[in-house]
Design a protein. Sequence first.
Length: 223
Amino acid sequence: MPTQLAPSILSADFARLADEAARVESVADLLHVDVMDNHFVPNLTLGPVVVESLRRATSLPLDLHLMIADPDRWAPEYVAYGATLVTFHVEAAMDPVQTARAIRSNGGKAGLAVKPGTALAPYLDILDEFDMVLVMTVEPGFGGQRFMAEMLPKIREARQAIANRDLSLWLEVDGGINADTAAQCAEAGADVFVAGSAVFDAADPAAAGAAIKAAADRAMAVA
């Protein structure tokens, strides 16, 4: 699959989200939106009202990453708020398969996220219920963290499982992604790259995003 860039608005100026989204529209494939509830993770960001506003403000598909308790209840509703893809954490879900099916039934794509300390193996047999798997390369909750290189074997494990089962599944990475770490993740098998501070802290976010995507493309071509 071709690489995709998903700039994370967690690192954007929250007072100017429409403008910030516009700054990356030329290079982004998705707009990554982190929803945190101060329960599953120790941070509080945004919710349905802001998601609805973003949907009106940008033509980019919205890639929602729900870091919330009880995603079984809330995740499917985010499709109606404008999400294209809704990713929730397996650690918080009581019934990840049913939740994925509800998201898809509502017209969205479903993603399964795993924290760094969560083994992927127990969930490999349900990957066909999803459109994407997200391997966190930092502990979820805050932007600007350092990339955890020890997650590279998990990315390789996910890619091998996808290949073994001939699944059409995106493999996303999130946390500490820049041009260098995106290349490492692409070599390991990732094809969707969430980048926050590396994009929005740059003087030219579009150029920074393009550099990340180019680095991932080169690494994938070699791999």
